[in-house]
Ligand binder design. Structure first.
Ligand SMILES: [Zn+2]
Length: 577
């Protein structure tokens, strides 16, 4: 028998087989069991998270001759035909290849005819966002007057590209990235079932590089297994994922920490020579920095560290870095990533980056000065620029020589940790904007925002996610969100990055289908600002009644409002202040 890819062999056949989407599969099961299915569904979410699998299971379940609690039996004629892709009433269309109006018109013409074998005719349209405007219009017409016994399941990785008129006619489900733990468990299950020996760390690396997609995880696992002897080794997993060996990362980061550019460059050359892509390497540096920042920040946050990246060796060099320097490195690396995308001279950019982040003098620059990284995208590499860079690198190499000889002479200049420059007057918090949100804030709005927060995070870049990982939405109304940051420094960094805030705002609007203003605040200042707002409101509503303010606080409707907003916890905090 021909070899079949793991993700095909292990494609879930029932709702309960689907990993990591419990709420969605339970809802669909209930709908099937109670004959309350909708005539149109929209499944959106990142690739490999189970959208198509769920669509196929749903198509089977509504047609199964012996369903059990909303699950297909996988034994009846219909189920068997569906599993073998020969059930004519389940029609799969890949919009990525069938994006013409004609195909959808074809659906419109044929949709009128009753299903031939099964109860329901089910159209599964994958990557539905690829349809042309004309095709969407044709689809909309069909959805507006759905014929009996027809079900549409639209799947997409980019729901924001689907017209609102279509979305409003579907029951919409958002598939989340699958947790690393779930991916690990699934791979372990499969390997045990196949009786294949595996290295735990190898599984960790695969789970990490799959980034929440089960299909990707299983494809990588397939490749790693194809390397050798029915066994999953660490080395094979590293080869396939392009993962850096621990040793390589540790020696690179140690050289950076110790301000030894020459050693850092040597390390870089080794890494590039072993076939790692520059881009992957930069992603790795950012992940390591994120973890070091979490580790250095406080013990609670260190739970969120990515264990597959943070080995004991890396933890041992953690105290060589302070967070200001780590931020600086992340900035430099992300600026370099932009250049890498537009260049085929990636090694040059990596050399410059390495020298920059390992040079002691850089650290002495005030951290508050925003790093110049908003340079316009370079469409193509122009030669003068490369020549200039090559000249610079030659100079830098010379400097390295000098630096390294100094170091070898025992003249190790231990550079003192730069203190984040504290601005006079502290951090600017936009209180007016916060008050505007608080004025109309409701607990319901906050819950809505919290609900989309994980999806929002998944839309951000790694760097942006690492900034946001120490923040939470703390209040929301129907057009504004207050986001509190654990640390003032993170707040400042986010606040100053207009491009970042714009992107955040746009993504929130996409997810919530409405414009929101996003206001940032450091967590330490949040209770203070909130209290000021409540106090002010009491003052405004009862002018001249200041003496009895304490008294009023307990009975004033404004406090009731606050209770509704923040729940009891929030107000207890205010009283204690
Ligand atoms: Zn069946």
């Amino acid at each position: 028998m021909a070899y079949q890819a793991l993700y095909r062999v292990w494609r879930p056949q029932t709702f309960s087989d689907v990993i990591g989407q419990g709420v969605i599969t339970q809802t669909l099961r209930n709908a099937v069991a109670s004959n309350m299915t909708s005539h149109a569904y929209l499944f959106s979410g990142p690739r490999g998270t189970g959208k198509t699998s769920c669509a196929k299971i749903l198509a089977k379940a509504v047609n199964c001759l012996n369903p059990h609690d909303g699950e297909p039996c996988n034994e009846c004629e219909i189920c068997r035909a569906a599993n073998e892709n020969r059930l004519n009433d389940v029609i799969e269309i890949d919009a990525a290849s069938n994006n013409g109006v004609e195909e959808i018109r074809d659906i419109r013409d044929k949709v009128k005819y009753a299903p031939t074998e099964a109860k329901f005719k089910v159209y599964i349209i994958d990557e539905v966002h690829m349809l042309s405007q004309g095709a969407f219009n044709a689809l909309l017409k069909t959805l507006e007057e759905p014929p009996e016994n027809v079900m549409f399941i639209l799947a997409t990785t980019e729901p924001q590209k689907i017209p609102a008129t279509i979305i409003s006619r579907t029951q919409s489900f958002t598939f989340r990235r699958i947790s690393r733990q779930d991916i690990l468990e699934r791979m372990t299950y499969i390997l045990n079932d196949k009786n294949i020996k595996y290295d735990e760390e190898a599984l960790n690396i695969i789970a990490a590089s799959a980034e929440g997609g089960m299909r990707d995880a299983l494809s990588i696992l397939d490749q790693a297994l194809s390397y050798g002897d029915d066994e999953l080794t660490l080395k094979n997993a590293q080869e396939v994922t392009g993962a850096l060996s621990n040793e390589q990362i540790v020696s690179y980061m140690t050289a950076i920490a110790d301000n030894r550019p020459a050693d850092a460059l040597t390390s870089l050359y080794q890494i590039l020579a072993s076939g790692r892509s520059a881009m992957r390497f930069t992603e790795m540096i950012i992940r390591v920095c994120r973890n070091l920042i979490l580790y250095n920040s406080n013990s609670d946050l260190s739970n969120q560290m990515d264990k597959s990246v943070m080995t004991d060796e890396l933890l041992q060099i953690a105290d060589k870095f302070d967070n200001a320097r780590l931020f600086y490195i992340v900035d430099q690396v992300s600026a370099t990533q932009k250049n890498l995308k537009n260049s085929n001279q990636t090694d040059v950019y990596m050399e410059i980056l390495t020298v920059k982040i390992s040079e002691p003098k850089i650290q002495q620059q005030p951290i508050a000065a925003p790093v110049q990284q908003h340079t316009p995208e370079v469409p193509a590499v122009d030669n003068t620029k490369v020549d200039k860079l090559s000249g610079e690198i030659a100079n830098l190499k010379q400097e390295i020589q000098q630096l390294s000889s100094q170091t070898n002479n025992g003249n190790t200049t231990k550079v003192s940790k730069p203190k984040p420059a504290k601005r006079a007057g502290g951090v600017r918090v936009n209180k007016t904007a916060i008050y505007q949100v608080l004025e109309n804030a409701t607990k319901k709005d906050l819950l809505t925002v919290k609900d989309i927060w994980p999806d929002l995070m998944s839309m951000l870049s790694v760097t942006q996610r690492s900034i946001m990982s120490v923040s939470d939405p703390v209040a929301a109304c129907d057009n504004g969100i207050v986001v509190a940051f654990d640390y003032e420094m993170w707040f400042e960094k986010a606040q100053e990055d207009h491009e970042f805030i714009d992107e955040l705002t746009n993504n929130v609007s996409k997810l919530l289908k409405k414009d929101y203003q996003i206001v940032l605040v450091p967590k330490a200042q949040w209770p203070v600002v909130r209290k000021e707002y409540i106090d002010n409101n009491i003052d405004l509503s009862k002018p001249g009644n200041v003496e009895s303010k304490q008294e009023q606080k307990k009975t004033d409707p404004t406090v009731d409002e606050a209770l509704k907003l923040f729940g009891d916890d929030g107000v207890v905090e205010v009283k204690d202040d």
